[in-house]
Design a protein around this ligand. Structure first.
Ligand SMILES: [Zn+2]
Length: 153
C-alpha cells in the first residue's frame, strides 16, 4: 500500500485562516472574499512574478502557489492578501490613497523588507545573479513595486 507523502514546501500555509484574519482585522465591514491559491505553473526561472491577483468580475483573490512554502513567512502571504483586498475596496490604481491604505497593514514594512531580500527565492535565482551589472533587475508584481528599492537599482 502506498501512502502519499506531503510534497515538501507545499501546503505550508492555511490560506483560509490567513485570509480570515486579514478580513477580520482590516475589512470586517465588507463581506469576506474567496481567497485561493492560483495554479502552479512549473517554471524554474522567471523574469517576473505576480504574487497575487484580484478578479473584479468574480471578486476573487488568487495568491501565487509559490507562496505556499515554509520559506515564506505568514505575514508576507497576508500582506499580499491585504493588497488584493484593497483592490476590491479601492479599485485598480495604486494611487496615493491605495498606498497609504497599504501602509496600514501592520507588517507592511517587514513584508517590504522581506521581499527585497528574498525575491530571488521566488524567481528561482541565486542571489548573486541579482548583482550582475548587465542583467536588468527582475520584476515582481504585487504589483507596483516602485515601492521596492530593488526595482530602482
Ligand atoms: Zn495591486
Amino acid at each position: 500500500m502506498l501512502i502519499p507523502l506531503p510534497v515538501p514546501g507545499n501546503n505550508q500555509h492555511h490560506l483560509a485562516s490567513l485570509a480570515a484574519e486579514v478580513h477580520r482585522t482590516y475589512f470586517g465591514k465588507y463581506p469576506p472574499l474567496p481567497v485561493r491559491w492560483g495554479q502552479q505553473i512549473t517554471r524554474k526561472r522567471r523574469r517576473s512574478i505576480r504574487l497575487g491577483s484580484y478578479n473584479h468580475h468574480t471578486a476573487e483573490i488568487r495568491i501565487h502557489p509559490l507562496l505556499n512554502s515554509a520559506h515564506i513567512p505568514a505575514y508576507f502571504v497576508q500582506s499580499v492578501i491585504h493588497h488584493e483586498y484593497l483592490h476590491h475596496v479601492l479599485g485598480g490604481n495604486h494611487n496615493r490613497r491605495f498606498q497609504s491604505a497599504e501602509r496600514k497593514f501592520c507588517y507592511h514594512r517587514e513584508a517590504q523588507e522581506w521581499i527585497r531580500l528574498n525575491l530571488f527565492l521566488l524567481l528561482g535565482r541565486r542571489r548573486s545573479e541579482f548583482q550582475r551589472p548587465k542583467s536588468p533587475p527582475p520584476r515582481f508584481e504585487m504589483p507596483q513595486m516602485a515601492l521596492f528599492p530593488l526595482m530602482a537599482s
